[in-house]
Write a protein that binds this ligand. Sequence first.
Ligand SMILES: *[C@@H]1O[C@H](CO)[C@@H](O)[C@H](O)[C@H]1NC(C)=O
Ligand SMILES: *[C@@H]1O[C@H](CO)[C@@H](O)[C@H](O)[C@H]1NC(C)=O
Ligand SMILES: *[C@@H]1O[C@H](CO)[C@@H](O)[C@H](O)[C@H]1NC(C)=O
Ligand SMILES: *[C@@H]1O[C@H](CO)[C@@H](O)[C@H](O)[C@H]1NC(C)=O
Ligand SMILES: *[C@@H]1O[C@H](CO)[C@@H](O)[C@H](O)[C@H]1NC(C)=O
Ligand SMILES: *[C@@H]1O[C@H](CO)[C@@H](O)[C@H](O)[C@H]1NC(C)=O
Length: 506
Amino acid sequence: MLLVLLSLVAMYRIALPGEPTIQCGSEPGPSPEWMVQHNLTPGDLRSLQVELVQTCSKKDCKKEDFSILMNISWILRADASIRLLKATKICVTGKSNMESYSCVRCNYTEPFQRQTRPSGGRWTFSYVGFPVELSTVYFIGAHNIPNANMNEDSPSLSVNFTSPGCLNSVMKYKKRCIEAGSLWDPNITACKKNKMTVEVNFTTSSLGERYGVIILQNERTLNFSQVEEHQNKPTRRSVAISVGEESEGTEFELIPYFHLCEPDCIRRKGPVGLCIETSGPYPPDNKRTMLGGWVPLILVLLVATWVLAVGIYLTRRQGRSTETSFPATSMLLPLIKVLVVYPAEVCFHHTVCRFTDFLQNHCRSEVILEKWQRKRIAEMGPVQWLSAQKQAADKVVFLLSSDAHGLCSSACGPNTGSASEKAQDLFPLAFNLFCSDFSTQAHLHKYMVVCLGGADIKGDYNALSVCPQYRLMKDATAFHTELLKAPRNVTVKKRSQACRGSCPPL
Ligand SMILES: *[C@@H]1O[C@H](CO)[C@@H](O)[C@H](O)[C@H]1NC(C)=O
Ligand SMILES: *[C@@H]1O[C@H](CO)[C@@H](O)[C@H](O)[C@H]1NC(C)=O
Ligand SMILES: *[C@@H]1O[C@H](CO)[C@@H](O)[C@H](O)[C@H]1NC(C)=O
Ligand SMILES: *[C@@H]1O[C@H](CO)[C@@H](O)[C@H](O)[C@H]1NC(C)=O
Ligand SMILES: *[C@@H]1O[C@H](CO)[C@@H](O)[C@H](O)[C@H]1NC(C)=O
Ligand SMILES: *[C@@H]1O[C@H](CO)[C@@H](O)[C@H](O)[C@H]1NC(C)=O
């Protein structure tokens, strides 16, 4: 009886006059009110907010069945114009290469009688909808209806929202992320086992059989190992990688090669610690006097400084010979990932393809080209794509060619002509996006400028002149050496200061 009464009260509360709720439906075109002249219109919204929610229409929802939607909530302004308010319209534009646009209209079920809720708070509503894609910029605008007349200012409120990528706690349940390994917990431990060896333990995934483990220092690969695991269940694996005596700031990177995402599966990276078992050659001894405790330490420090000094001297001296012997050891190392960006006018087949061949066949490189990843660019948006590739790439090459004008068009053939029309010119975007890196030594090493056929850095792209430049094929050897060399060995010219001024605003 009490229950029935309670539910009656609940129903009454929902239908209480003066407490409007919303009814929302798609309205892609202009609202009917737009065609009519209104003497008075409601004001704008007080605030607009967007957050992610997982929802599921099924009863027993598995994590993979969730869809990820926006929860858009808004607060109405507490003023007299609220009496005129009939509906609020929300439109969402998704900005990746394929622009998406859709609108929803939420009608208020009752006219507003009061500026605030009967309970005293502001009128707040929320709508859950608009599916969210990975790493996409959304532009969300909302306005009240009836909207302002045609030539008047139409009050509206907008917010931007960038959806996160696969490692986000909500996004990781998207199918594409799961396939890329977002739910895989490799539970990595990476530690320096002794002077020369890093031990990396991790749990494999049933998504794939092949793994690469890289030990890095200052983004330079020290050594690399491959792991294969053919049991179809997660298994704990341990690899020992010899790295020489370097220990400052070493990092590991675990690269899975899963069937569905290869080679763009989610990589895991982290610092290499010291193994706990090898707690050091000096067990603590409390019985020693302070002095007795310090003397060996000072001796050790002196010896270490001496070893370091000799080490640096020898490394400097042997710089040349290490360089030449590098190609031999490098057979063990992974390919060098090179992102190549080129202006749209450059002849693709004749120039870009030939350069790519050169990289792949003579420089042990894996080339990333915009032309080969159109679909991914469309999915991610060019800015996100470029940022992701920059992260992934070991080197970024700006390719300039003098075949840019006229000369090329006849040689390129008809198919290239039409393709380059469709192609988005990522060159200026890449230049603008990466330009801020040119002013810091730590980042500059990643970039190279390659000039073909007497091309030169010109006009808008002057800031590129701080990057090492190579004229091919004249500088082929230097280019080859630079590409294979440790990034940290790049000498940065003082001109990097001058770059700051010449970087155009993004
Ligand atoms: C909202 O109101 C408009 C105009 O009265 C009507 O055309 C539309 O169908 C309504 N939408 C919903 C979801 O009720
Ligand atoms: C949406 O956001 C509003 C305001 O933050 C909140 O009250 C509501 O519970 C959220 N809805 C869902 C389904 O999470
Ligand atoms: C949203 O992004 C667009 C395009 O990037 C920009 O023009 C606009 O100023 C941004 N708006 C807000 C509210 O941040
Ligand atoms: C991760 O590995 C450690 C050491 O092997 C183990 O103790 C721990 O339980 C593991 N954690 C998970 C979540 O599997
Ligand atoms: C890694 O695995 C090896 C071999 O199973 C084991 O001896 C070692 O203790 C593990 N290291 C850590 C840090 O868990
Ligand atoms: C890399 O590891 C292999 C195999 O463990 C070893 O033979 C080689 O010397 C290592 N290279 C370096 C540069 O430490």
